[in-house]
Each structure stands twice: as structure tokens, then as C-alpha cells.
Design a binder for this molecule. Structure first.
Ligand SMILES: Nc1ncnc2c1ncn2[C@@H]1O[C@H](COP(=O)(O)OP(=O)(O)O)[C@@H](O)[C@H]1O
Ligand SMILES: [Mg+2]
Length: 340
């Protein structure tokens, strides 16, 4: 995206993408319950959030908490079981025509964990960037080489012509992830969904990709969903944090509020697993006692209760609601007053 493409007139207080009651249940083949009922895995349950221009929202949680399912729902790779996805105010869940889906996919782009797996090894980098430009008719053929140069420059791969002529295997992991980001930017998206974009990269180059995300949000006003199991990287890039556990958001708020004064016992555990907040981005997975239990036919208990060091009686028999405990700071836990 060129410098001229900077959208100065973007209203950063209006969400680009809004998710309301987003829910995805997977029916589990085979495990039939009595009376013919099937088991259902609640991968995502009743999730709400909004993505704004020039803002990074982080989805944080251990493996299995439902983060990638949220990303796939937003990318329209899955159909939600329930809920709404409003894109520029319009509910896209029921807009299923090819034209609608193509237009949406052009504006909501996804970046994956494995930058090598998503590049064709026999094609040069220039080809990877020219293709979406032509496919989505972003630029006439004559302007494509110049746009490719601009894209490579935007993501810091200079001299651009050198990189355009290389093959994926000639680049480092970090450079390949930059190519994937450039490819996502080619179609001039409003939203980038980044699912663990640094977790497969060497520690030494992670910071570079996070700085690129920060740079793009500021310069291009892109709305980011940044997905991670590493709460330290969320601290570095995110304006807002949502902590997910077993398909539910258990805490959400501004990054400083959530990470400096966490309310939910799970968020506290995640943070206590980070040895040194300033040490940042070492190669470490969140390690807390136990692991996320998939919410299969979840009953009326707090989903975190079995791992919770401070569970109360109600935790074992009643699902807590997500409650706004302080302005803009929400938590789902029986330690805080519940609505009647
Ligand atoms: N296509 C699928 N079919 C059945 N279960 C799935 C599918 N995708 C994800 N799941 C399950 O949903 C839960 C959440 O998975 P996922 O969204 O990948 O979590 P995360 O990205 O946080 O690790 C897991 O229990 C996972 O096994
Ligand atoms: Mg995942």
C-alpha cells in the first residue's frame, strides 16, 4: 500500500468489524449420548468485540481456547452457529453470494502462523504479490511491478527488486512472514487477522514483525486482530486485550487495565507464567497448571473452576456472566458481583 493510500479521513471511533454473540459449536461425530443426542464442542461461545481502524485487539489464551476458530469465523472460513458479524455496520453472516464473499475476503485478510507453508516454493516473491493485485483488480497490469515494489518497501524488504526476484527458500522466516503481510496488504484491506504470526519465528526476529504491525496500524489505519498464546507480545502491540478460556471471553479491557490489574484468576495465572514482562518475547509457551478442557456439552459451572486456585462454591454450579466491573473492564468470574 502506498503512502498516498493513508486514509486521513478514517473515523477511528467507528468499528470496521463488530462481532456480537459469536458462537461456533462443533458436533462430535460418534459420541452419541442417550436419547440420540450428540456431543457438542463449544469452541466459541457468545463472544463480543469490535475492531477499530488503527487499533490492535489481542485475543489471548492457551492452545485450545478457541482463538483460531474466532479468526476462521471472521475470515468466513466457518459459518457461525449463532451471532452476527457486522462489517461496516452490515451483517455479513447471511450475505452468501460469491460477490459478497469475494468483496469481504478482499477487505478482511488473514496472516497465518507458518509463513513458509503459505508460499508457493516454485514461484518468486514478485509473483506472490502480483497475483492478488491482478485477481482483485487492485491495479492495472502496467502498474503491477511498481505496486509490488511499494508493497515490499512497506514491509521493509529493500531493495525491493532484489526481493521480488527471490524464491521463498532464499528468505529467512521473518522475511517470509513480511512477504505474507505484504501479500495481505496488496488488496488494501481494512482488517488484518493475524493468527499467532510470530510463534514460529526465531525469537530474535519476532520484535521486527511486531514493530511492523504497530507501524501498519499507525500508517495505514488497519484494524488488527492479533492472536497469541504469549501474553507478553500482546502487552507490546495491543490496545485492547480479550482473554479467552474454553470458548468464552473471561476478561476484556484496555491492555494496561487488563495486564497491570488483572481481575480474572486465569489472567493472573497467565501473567504469573511470564517471568519478566520486560524480557518480552522469549520462546516460551504459557505454562499454567493443567490445560484447557474442551467445553464438550458444558454444564452449569464456571469452565475454569477445575483449574481455579480460588474457586468458590458458585463456581462449581453456575456459569458466571461477563460483567463490567470497572468502566471498560469486563470479567467473567464469581469473585465479582453477578447480575441478578
Ligand atoms: N474443525 C473443527 N472440528 C472440531 N473441533 C474443532 C475444529 N476446530 C477447532 N476445534 C476444537 O475447538 C477448540 C478450539 O480450537 P482452536 O480455535 O483451534 O483453539 P486455539 O486457536 O485457541 O488453540 C479445540 O478444542 C479444538 O479441538
Ligand atoms: Mg490456534
Amino acid at each position: 500500500m502506498s503512502a498516498e493510500a493513508i486514509a486521513y479521513d478514517v473515523d477511528t471511533s467507528v468499528p470496521i468489524l463488530e462481532v456480537q454473540g459469536l458462537t461456533k459449536h462443533f458436533s462430535m461425530g460418534g459420541s452419541m449420548l442417550p436419547w440420540g443426542h450428540r456431543s457438542t464442542l463449544h469452541a466459541v461461545d457468545d463472544v463480543d468485540f469490535a475492531l477499530y481502524p488503527g487499533r490492535v485487539t489481542a485475543l489471548v489464551g492457551e492452545s485450545g481456547s478457541g482463538k483460531s476458530t474466532v479468526a476462521r469465523l471472521l475470515a468466513r472460513l466457518y459459518k457461525p452457529t449463532a451471532g452476527h458479524i457486522l462489517f461496516h455496520g452490515e451483517d455479513v453472516v447471511r450475505q452468501n453470494s460469491r460477490r459478497h464473499v469475494l468483496r469481504y475476503r478482499g477487505q478482511v485478510q488473514m496472516i497465518f502462523q507458518d509463513p513458509f507453508g503459505s508460499l508457493n516454493p516454485v514461484k518468486r516473491i514478485g509473483h506472490h504479490l502480483a497475483r492478488p493485485l491482478l485477481l482483485h483488480k487492485v491495479a492495472p497490469r502496467s502498474e503491477v511491478p511498481e505496486r509490488v515494489r511499494q508493497l515490499l518497501t512497506t514491509v521493509g524488504l529493500v531493495p525491493a527488486d532484489d526481493y521480488a526476484n527471490k524464491y521463498p527458500h532464499q528468505l529467512s522466516g521473518g522475511q517470509r512472514q513480511r512477504v505474507c503481510i505484504a501479500r495481505a496488504l496488496a488488496v488494501e484491506p481494512d482488517v488484518l487477522l493475524a493468527d499467532e504470526p510470530i510463534s514460529m519465528l526465531d525469537v530474535s526476529i519476532r520484535m521486527g514483525i511486531l514493530n511492523l504491525i504497530l507501524d501498519l496500524k499507525r500508517r495505514e489505519n488497519i484494524a488488527f486482530l492479533y492472536i497469541t498464546h504469549d501474553i507478553a507480545s500482546a502487552r507490546y502491540v495491543a490496545d485492547e486485550v480479550l482473554v479467552m478460556y474454553a470458548g468464552q471471553v473471561v476478561e476484556r479491557g484496555e491492555t494496561d487495565a487488563v495486564l497491570q490489574a488483572p481481575l480474572h484468576p486465569y489472567t493472573r495465572l497467565l501473567l504469573s507464567a511470564v517471568p519478566n514482562p520486560e524480557g518480552g518475547l522469549s520462546h516460551r509457551r504459557v505454562e499454567v497448571r493443567g490445560e484447557v478442557q474442551a467445553a464438550i456439552n458444558p454444564g452449569e459451572a464456571c469452565r475454569f473452576a477445575s483449574r481455579c486456585p480460588v474457586a468458590v462454591e458458585a463456581s462449581h454450579c453456575k456459569t458466571p456472566q461477563l460483567v463490567e466491573v470497572q468502566p471498560g473492564h469486563w470479567v467473567r468470574c464469581h469473585l465479582y458481583p453477578q447480575p441478578d
